[in-house]
Design a protein. Structure first.
Length: 401
């Protein structure tokens, strides 16, 4: 990378980390602290947990299109201002509905697609995949830091303090955009692999490989949100860990999950078995789900958490590259846009739908649905692994016009 590319990628990765840190910090907290508020129900807590996913999914592509028209930086700064506003609304809320509204407004600052487009604007074609991978790694790091930092901040100032810190992080993100991120040349804004062209939507939505991956990321984030409806309460009630000290569980589990990922990555990359390791990651998720929901001791709960995060972190890191490798020529931007939309829809469905299931049918129903999604995904990917020859696209077959 050139010096300008290194500066661009590092500053955008930091920006993305700040924003995602603010979103992730509330995940291990909402089901506990919101449960103390008047009128709290599992459905409403789940809605508060997943509300940002719905507005993210709805506005990701429109704001990406807007950034093509008015420029990336104005859209990113505007999105961060909206995100800060949502954080303030949630911090000052005196009811759970206020937090739901604040979370929905947070998600309306949907700048993920625009940030990735700016990464593409500021990097060469040869360095673009590496640059996006670095930004993706920053998301994983912010997730790990958030699970530890969120409980620490909440122990000092309650749930409201976490939202105030999130608003400050949004302000820091605006400073990064204004002071550190370079402005791309006007001619660099459009790329063949950036943005979502309407003519490619139909093809991307019919592609079997992309459909499997979109279903996978929807399921993965549904299960993640469902996990945080169950795990914080289990840590407090089953393991006897006070909510102020939950970070003492998350920190070693996340560190050890990285250790657990290494053999999967090594076998996938050096052993030439990426499909098998991908299936193994889904299998770890499927194994952890009933253990988390039905754990009868702290040891089983801790083991289940470790298995869950080994599988989740490996799949989360692998899925975007799978999309990039599976997509047809010229359709990367469209495919990744649809992929991101499915991811955020999974976040919303896992929170809102998961909370509704718990309230009306009990925790076992949520465990069963999550396990069903994981097994369905595993079977879909197994079927793909057993199909060695893809069906050719008649529009792009040799000799056709």
């Amino acid at each position: 990378m050139t010096a300008l590319e290194r500066r661009s990628v590092s500053s955008l990765a930091l920006l993305y980390s700040f924003r995602m840190l603010g979103l992730f910090m509330v995940l291990p907290l909402l089901s506990l602290y919101a449960g103390d508020m008047p009128g709290a129900t599992p459905s409403l807590i789940g809605l508060a947990l997943g509300a940002y996913g719905l507005t993210q999914a709805a506005l990701q592509l429109p704001l990406g299109w807007l950034s093509d028209q008015v420029g990336r930086k104005p859209v990113i700064i505007g999105g961060l201002l909206v995100f800060a506003l949502g954080s303030v609304l949630a911090a000052t809320a005196d009811s759970l509905w206020g937090i739901v509204i604040g979370r929905a407004v947070q998600g309306a600052g949907a700048i993920a697609a625009t940030v990735m487009a700016l990464v593409a604007d500021l990097t060469s074609t040869e360095q673009r995949t590496k640059a996006m991978a670095i930004v993706g790694m920053s998301i994983g790091l912010s997730f790990a830091v958030a699970l530890v930092l969120g409980p620490v901040i909440a122990a000092v100032g309650g749930l409201a303090s976490v939202f105030w810190v999130t608003a400050l992080l949004a302000g820091g993100g605006i400073a990064i955009v204004a002071l550190l991120v370079p402005t791309p040349d006007a001619g660099a804004v459009m790329h063949s692999d950036v943005g979502a062209r309407p003519k490619l939507f139909g093809r991307a939505l019919r592609d079997p490989a992309l459909l499997r991956l979109n279903f996978g990321v929807f399921s993965l984030h549904f299960i993640l949100m469902a996990c945080f409806l169950v795990v914080p309460g289990a840590l407090e009630q089953l393991a006897g860990v006070d909510r102020a000290h939950h970070w003492q569980v998350y920190l070693p589990v996340l560190v050890l999950s990285v250790v657990g990922m290494l053999p999967l990555m090594r076998i996938a990359e050096r052993g030439g078995r990426p499909r098998e390791m991908f299936l193994c990651g889904i299998a770890l998720l499927a194994l952890a789900i009933p253990m988390l929901g039905l754990a009868s001791s702290a040891i089983v709960l801790y083991l289940a958490l470790w298995l869950f995060f080994v599988g989740f972190n490996y799949l989360e890191a692998t899925l975007p590259s799978q999309v990039s490798k599976s997509v047809f020529a010229g359709g990367k931007g469209t495919a990744l846009g649809i992929y991101s939309t499915c991811q955020f829809l999974g976040t919303f469905a896992g929170g809102a739908g998961g909370g509704w299931l718990v309230q009306h049918f009990g925790q076992l129903s949520l465990v069963g649905l999550c396990l069903g999604l994981a097994l369905a995904w595993w079977l879909l990917m197994l079927g793909a692994a057993l199909t060695p020859v893809p069906v050719p696209d008649p529009e792009h077959a040799p000799g056709t016009r």
